[in-house]
Structure formats: structure tokens, C-alpha cells
Ligand binder design. Structure first.
Ligand SMILES: [Ca+2]
Length: 521
């Protein structure tokens, strides 16, 4: 079947809110059980007007469109304003797939086609409020909405979804999975930590799990960019990216626009000071001013704040992909117009509506850890930083964590640090038996980028949960608008990276996963 194609739109909110896309070409499961005769029209007829779990359901039959099959769309609202949708397939495979949201949520996630094609019941919600995914305004005067957003919407909606599945098919799902990216990745880890029995398997992609830390890092970088002479135009970003590629691209065995082995791309190798403008003032597009070098320094050093030891965000790597259209300009610099950058917008709305609780507050003058009560409150709501996930593991849960190596929204190094701390907390044996960490080189936030971004993680998770086939090296593909695979790489278990081991100076060979070997750095 054709692979799902993600169409990137050049807005951070859109990226965050439509970031659940993954390729999938697994065959449709056929369970042959008693629910096999409940097709989508029957499901709609069964559920229309019913009140389940406190929500009165409305249904409509959505006809097949493009790659999406016919399905029954069930809508409901849990009081006061938690909107959810349950999407019931024509032929149920007996399992449930819950897709996470993005940003500050507030909108219903779009249909994720591959799980529906595979016969999953699909569940989504707006997380409890309606609004702009780039705005935290909902949280100012509605503490319940803030709690739903932070941690309660998923278990609340799941309670109703499980009852709805049983009412439709006569049996609950045999397995339930959660997958989300960015805020959805936070929702994934939140479920693992606080509702360890809710899902049999969880996929956390590019998780924004350390809300206090990553928003604080956004604030620090924004201040560096706002300093006199600190602004980064697209030309400055292109200069930086090329400098990094020239130094590091070939260190993984092939010059292909992807720095796949960041461990070798050290500060010494990059030697960023070689870009300094003579005298330190900005003298044009061929060098960086001292203020711009200070931005790079902020970007590439850990951000650590007063208070709890989880109030931190790891440094970002220089990847050589800073000039990607979905890279540094979109997320960090705004190409010289800071207030258009995703990170600026997120930290600004967080200061106004969550920390300072003053819509007129100036985030660039706000000291991130000046109000410890505010930080602890934000962490209590949103931080999924617990590392002892033994309740989830002991319940048989399997966790796949994935992060794009060139993510310029959330640092891949923070995710690596979290998983290293999980291993310390649960023990290496538990971690190896029940968790996996993959870093996809050259991939942007959730999707897109120079590197192959598509891997069927749901299929890997399902085979792990249902058959005990633990995932090892997976396969990542880059797919063009026509569904054609244009490049592939092995998706290696961290800390391994795909080292090129094919013929030299062979552009075609460099595009094939078979010519790479997962290698320790
Ligand atoms: Ca390379």
C-alpha cells in the first residue's frame, strides 16, 4: 500500500499538531473473532446517541478518501470541555491506538491513517480546551483545563474509549497502544509514569517531557538572540550549517548532508571561533559577531535552573542541518525576526499564562527560575520526568522512544539523558527487556529533514507486545510526494549510529540502508 506522506507546513504550530505521521505498510490484521461482523456502519448505528462514560456520542460515517479507508467517527465531550474522537474501522483488528496531540493542544489531532488501515480503533482528544496550539492562555484562569492538558486528558478519555469499544464490539481491546510526538511524546511518557497499566505499549517520539527545562532553554536562547547584534538571519544560519557540515559530515563515512555520528563532531572539530568576525562586530554574512557566537554557545550548552534537579535541558548538537527549512530559522531564530520563532512563542506564552500569570509580562525580561513556586507548579502539571518506570515494566509494558537527530525544537540529548536515567532507575536488565531508544540522524522535529524520517514503529511495538519479538535495528525511509522511497538507512539502537560501509564516491549506494552498519561511536 502507498506510504502515508506528511506534507510539512512552515509553521511550528502545524508541525507540533500534525506530527503523528509515520509510515506503515504492515498487512491488515484479521482476528476472526466475534466482532468481525461489526463494520463501520454497524458501529455508527450502535453508538449513535448513546451516553457512555458521561459523554453523549454522535456518529458519522466518513467515506474513504485518498489512502484513508471508510470509518465511523464518534464524537463526544466530557464535561466541561474535553472533546474526543474515536475512529472505528470497517474491520477491527481487536486493538486500540491512542494518538497524542501537539504544542499547547486545543485542537483535535488529524486522522492518523496507517493505524486505521491496519484495523486499529483510533482515539484522540483536544486535551480539554479549545484554542491555538501555540497559546497557553487557557491555563491562566482554568486550573482544571491546565491539569487535563498536563496529565489527565489521556486517562480520562481512555476510560470512556474502553467502554465505547466494549459497547461496540462486545469485548475490550486485546491490546492498547499510545503514540505521540512532541507534546504527544510528553503525553506518552506521562501515561507510562502515572498510569502504568493504561497501555500495553507506548511510542514516545521527540518527547517534550521536561517542560520546565526545555521552555527555560527556549527562554535563554531567545534572550541571546534578542541581545544587541545577536539576531540570526537566514544567511548567518546557512553559514553556520555549512561550517558544521564541512567539519563533520564525512565523519560517519559519507558526505551526504547528514552528520550521523555527532559524538565525533566535537566543539574542537567544529572550531566555531573560526567564524568570528574580525573585531567581534557584525561585518556581514561571512562571519558571526560575538553576540551571534554567544547564541551558538547558549544553544550548545546545557541549561540548568535553580530548584529541582529535573529543571534542566541538555545542549543542542550542531548538526549541519541548521539551514533546513524546518530547522533553526523556524524554531529558534525566526530568520532575524525572533518573535516568529517557535521557541520564542512557546516560552513567551508560558511566561505570560503559566509562570508570571500576567498577559503583559515581558518574557525576555523574565528570569526563568525567579519564582520557584511557579516552576514547581509547572513541573507538577506538565513534567513527565520520573525515571523509575518499573510499575509500567512490571505490568508487561513496552516503551519505544524515538528522536530526530537534527531536531531543533527539542534537544535529542535531553531524551538520551532521560533514557539513561531510566536505565539507572530500573536497572540495565529491565531497560534492555522493556525499553528501546532510537535516534534518527538528520531528522527534524517529529518528521522531515535531510535524513530518512519514516519508520513503522507501531508495527515494531505490536510485534514486541504480541509476539515477544523485541525490536533491534529498524529501517528508516525517506519518501517523496509520490510515495517513492528515495533514501533508506538502518535505524540503529542508541548509542549506535549508521556508519557508511559501501563503495566510495557512489551516490546511489549512499542512499541504500544495506550500505550502512550500525556502529558504536
Ligand atoms: Ca554524513
Amino acid at each position: 500500500m502507498p506510504l502515508q506522506k506528511f506534507q510539512p507546513r512552515l509553521k511550528p504550530a502545524a508541525v507540533l499538531m500534525t506530527s503523528l505521521i509515520m509510515s506503515a505498510c504492515g498487512s491488515t490484521s484479521k482476528t476472526g473473532s466475534s466482532h468481525a461482523n461489526v463494520n463501520a456502519p454497524t458501529a455508527c448505528a450502535t453508538l449513535s446517541g448513546k451516553t457512555i462514560g458521561g459523554a453523549t456520542l454522535t456518529t458519522d460515517l466518513v467515506p474513504a478518501s485518498g489512502t484513508a479507508p471508510t470509518y465511523c467517527r464518534v464524537k463526544g465531550i466530557l464535561s466541561p470541555s474535553l472533546n474526543f474522537e474515536i475512529r472505528l474501522p470497517d474491520t477491527w483488528n481487536g486493538k486500540l491506538y491512542y494518538a497524542g496531540g501537539g504544542g499547547y493542544d486545543g485542537v483535535m489531532p488529524e486522522l492518523v491513517v496507517p493505524p486505521l488501515v491496519q484495523g486499529y480503533v483510533e482515539v484522540v482528544s483536544d486535551s480539554g480546551h479549545q484554542g491555538d496550539g501555540m497559546s497557553a492562555a487557557f491555563a491562566l484562569n482554568d486550573p482544571f483545563a491546565a491539569q487535563l492538558f498536563g496529565s489527565l486528558s489521556v486517562p480520562t478519555v481512555m476510560s470512556t474509549a474502553l467502554k465505547t469499544v466494549s459497547a461496540t464490539y462486545g469485548v475490550p481491546p486485546s491490546k492498547s497502544y499510545f503514540e505521540g510526538c512532541s507534546k504527544g511524546g510528553q503525553e506518552a511518557l506521562m501515561a507510562v509514569q502515572r498510569n502504568p497499566n493504561l497501555f500495553d505499549g507506548v511510542i514516545a517520539r521527540s518527547p517534550g517531557y521536561n517542560w520546565v527545562g526545555f521552555m527555560g532553554a527556549f527562554n535563554r536562547t531567545a534572550k541571546a538572540l534578542a541581545a544587541p547584534g545577536g539576531a540570526f538571519t537566514a544567511a548567518k544560519t546557512a553559514l553556520l550549517a555549512k561550517h558544521v557540515r564541512d567539519a563533520c559530515d564525512g565523519l560517519d563515512g559519507v558526505v551526504d548532508g547528514v552528520v550521523a555520528n555527532p559524538a565525533m563532531c566535537t566543539a574542537k572539530v567544529v572550531n566555531i571561533s573560526a567564524l568570528r568576525c574580525a573585531g567581534g562586530a557584525d561585518t556581514g554574512d561571512l562571519c558571526l559577531s560575538d553576540a551571534q557566537l554567544a547564541v551558538v554557545k547558549a544553544w550548545t550548552t546545557d541549561a540548568v535552573f535553580a530548584g529541582n534537579d529535573t529543571f534542566r535541558s541538555k545542549a543542542y548538537n550542531l548538526t549541519g542541518n541548521e539551514d533546513d527549512p524546518m530547522g533553526f530559522g523556524l524554531w529558534v531564530s525566526g530568520d532575524g525576526d525572533l518573535k516568529k520563532a517557535g521557541q520564542y512563542m512557546f516560552q513567551d506564552t508560558s511566561v505570560k499564562y503559566v509562570l508570571a500569570r500576567d498577559p503583559n509580562a515581558d518574557s525576555l525580561k523574565y528570569v526563568w527560575d525567579q519564582n520557584q513556586n511557579a516552576l514547581y507548579s509547572m513541573a507538577a502539571l506538565n513534567d513527565a520526568t520520573q525515571t523509575d518506570i518499573r510499575p509500567f515494566i512490571n505490568n508487561g509494558g513496552k516503551l519505544i522512544v524515538w528522536h530526530g537527530g537534527s531536531d531543533m525544537a527539542l534537544s535529542v540529548n535531553s531524551t538520551i539523558e532521560y533514557m539513561q536515567n531510566v536505565a539507572k532507575s530500573v536497572g540495565a536488565e529491565n531497560a534492555a527487556a522493556s525499553t528501546r531508544l532510537y535516534v534518527a540522524p538528520g531528522v527534524n522535529h517529529c518528521t522531515g529533514g535531510a535524513g530518512p524520517d519514516q519508520t513503522d514503529l507501531l508495527k515494531a511495538l505490536d510485534e514486541w507486545v504480541t509476539k515477544g519479538n523485541a525490536p533491534a535495528t529498524l529501517r528508516a525511509e525517506k519518501v517523496d510526494a509520490n510515495g517513492v522511497v528515495t533514501r533508506s538507512l538502518p535505524l540503529c539502537q542508541y548509542p549506535q549510529y549508521p556508519k557508511y560501509t559501501g563503495p566510495a564516491n557512489d551516490t546511489a549506494a549512499a542512499k541504500l540502508a544495506a550500505n550502512y552498519t550500525c556502529t558504536s561511536p
